[in-house]
Design a binder for this molecule. Structure first.
Ligand SMILES: Cc1cc2nc3c(=O)[nH]c(=O)nc-3n(C[C@H](O)[C@H](O)[C@H](O)COP(=O)(O)O)c2cc1C
Length: 154
């Protein structure tokens, strides 16, 4: 089963988390394809069997640039990915109040639209509480890897 990892970052932390997740997922024996910037056509052509979104929130609760166009295009195109497993890691800062991890919430809605099945609740990494997001994401990523492996063997 090929897992496609999609990230969106402003300052690079989400990419660090993504690279670390890719390392852990590969170690767990999962086939992974990661790009810092996916174009819609190459994403559809990659035919992901599972998806992992990793994104920070910027502006007033907005998606980072790498995801702004892609997510709108995915909403328009709605590729036939229904029933495929997915996960979301959202980076944010709770000092932003109501827009805390808003990009993650939008990705959660997108997963719903696409019919993707989130294997576990979104991980929220709060920059007010941690500066070691990649390390902090490990238990969530390891659980995600285990869920994916179990999914594959059903
Ligand atoms: C200009 C700016 C706006 C931000 N807006 C939000 C926001 O609305 N909600 C939120 O949860 N975090 C917000 N953040 C915090 C970032 O999402 C957080 O610091 C994250 O860890 C950055 O990850 P990155 O390095 O991958 O971009 C904002 C940060 C900056 C600098």
């Amino acid at each position: 089963m090929k897992l496609v990892v999609i990230s969106g970052t402003v300052f690079g932390t989400s990419e660090e988390v993504a690279y670390h997740a890719v390392e852990l997922l590969l170690k767990a024996g999962i086939e992974v394809e990661y790009k810092q910037q996916w174009q819609l056509d190459e994403l559809v052509a990659a035919d992901p069997q599972a998806l992992l979104f990793i994104s920070s929130t910027t502006g007033m609760g907005e998606m980072p640039p790498a995801l702004q166009l892609l997510t709108v295009q995915l909403e328009d195109r709605l590729p036939s990915w229904a029933g495929r497993p997915a996960g979301i890691i959202a980076l944010g800062d709770s000092s932003y109040g109501e827009t805390f991890c808003a990009a993650g919430e939008q990705l959660h809605e997108l997963c719903g639209l696409l019919g993707l099945v989130e294997l576990q609740e979104m991980l929220r990494l709060d920059a007010s509480e941690t500066v070691t997001q990649a390390q902090d994401s490990e238990p969530w990523v390891e659980r995600f890897a285990a869920e994916l492996t179990a999914w594959e063997s059903v």
